[in-house]
Design a protein around this ligand. Structure first.
Ligand code: UD1
Length: 341
């Protein structure tokens, strides 16, 4: 069975390609390499023994996207990762985010219609919940007004997919996966997160600081209403997250027709504070991290963690790796890429 993975050379995409190939699926990747590196393909091959088929182009190009689908009419399912994801950048340049994240989605859905491809897995985010009223947050929690254009593209994308299903204009089965905070890297340290420039996210900033690329980590705020005052998130190992995509695709293909999109939280159900992540990192690596507490980062919420029960019940999927394994694998990866540089 052939599966299209858009954004398959990216962080979560590459780990998902590995899991799919290891389960025997044929994968074709489309990526414009705007935030990833072509060498990821050969590193995937080092892990799985298979060089994934790859086409480099921009899914915001309708003609090119339509031609691609005509050529690859045998695709059975699509996992759509390709999107911009930096919150701050989206505030500075909203049209870049709306243009990229939404046009590409529309072009793919049109290509699916033209070629009668029915199965679609979409990368969404827990950002759609904002600061939830109840924790852990379940999929039934209300969608709050997005705090950034990036978050809004995820909300609008979910609506575009839902409207397309309801319209019955095409046969579409979709699963929306709402990720919490993916961190860590593959155990081989052959693939992982490759931030361009200064990382926005916590984990790559920690590892880059520990290895000496950044001087000091800033901990954004210690005056939150949490036990140690720093903000709490549900960090999930990227390999656990990747595995959820395989079972999501399998469910779509097996069920044939879901009347509405199914939505799953992908988290561990555990919340950790920024200081707890730092402590885990220092403990498992033996490195001392240079950090200081500064003011809050605008737009950050206080705390969020998932109720992951629905994914376990319906998909039979559960995150297995704990925080120490996540921080250890992130460090192993940082050391591996620094050696290459
Ligand atoms: C954000 C987005 C999320 C998106 C993800 C990936 C929101 C609310 N969240 O997650 O949707 O999918 O990025 O891009 O829009 N921190 C520091 N110092 C740093 C970096 C981070 O203290 O240098 C803290 C943050 O304040 C936060 C935690 O670490 O409390 C995690 O931050 P980060 O990794 O950026 O993820 P989120 O903001 O949770």
């Amino acid at each position: 069975m052939k599966i299209l993975v858009t954004g398959g050379t990216g962080y979560i995409g590459s780990h998902t390609v590995v899991e799919l190939q290891q389960k025997g699926y044929e994968v074709i990747i489309v990526d414009n390499l705007s935030n990833s590196n072509i060498n990821v393909l050969s590193n995937i091959e080092k892990i799985t023994g298979i060089h994934p088929e790859f086409e480099e182009f921009d899914l915001i190009d309708p003609k090119r996207t339509s031609e691609f689908f005509k050529k690859h009419y045998d695709i059975k399912a699509i996992i759509h990762f390709a999107a911009y994801k930096a919150v701050g950048e989206s505030v500075e340049n909203p049209l870049m985010y709306y243009g990229n994240n939404l046009y590409s989605l529309v072009n793919i859905l049109k290509g699916m219609k033209e070629n009668e491809i029915e199965n679609f897995v979409f990368s969404s985010s827990c950002t759609v919940y904002g600061q939830p009223d109840e924790l852990p947050v379940s999929e039934k929690a209300p969608i709050k007004k997005a705090m950034s254009p990036y978050g809004n593209t995820k909300q609008i994308s979910e609506e575009i997919i839902t409207d397309t299903i309801h319209s019955k204009s095409q046969k579409l089965n979709a699963i929306l996966l709402r990720y919490f905070n993916p961190i860590g890297a593959h155990e081989t340290a052959l693939i992982g997160e490759l931030p361009l420039g200064v990382p926005n996210n916590l984990m790559p900033f920690i590892t880059q600081t520990a290895i000496g690329i950044r001087e000091q980590l800033k901990v954004f705020g210690d005056d939150y209403q949490t036990p140690d005052g720093t903000a709490i998130r549900d960090y999930i190992h990227v390999v656990d997250l990747a595995k959820a995509h395989v079972v999501a695709v399998e469910r779509l293909v097996a069920e044939k027709c879901l009347k509405k999109p199914e939505i799953f939280n992908l988290g561990t159900g555990n919340g950790y504070s920024v200081l707890e992540v730092i402590n885990s990192f220092e403990k498992v690596t033996g490195e001392k991290l240079n950090y200081k507490i500064v003011g809050r980062r605008p737009g950050d919420i206080t705390k969020v963690w998932a109720n992951p029960e629905f994914a376990e019940k319906v998909l039979g999927w559960k995150a297995e790796k704990g925080l120490d394994e996540m921080t250890f694998s992130a460090w192993k990866w940082e050391k591996a890429i620094t050696k290459i540089k």
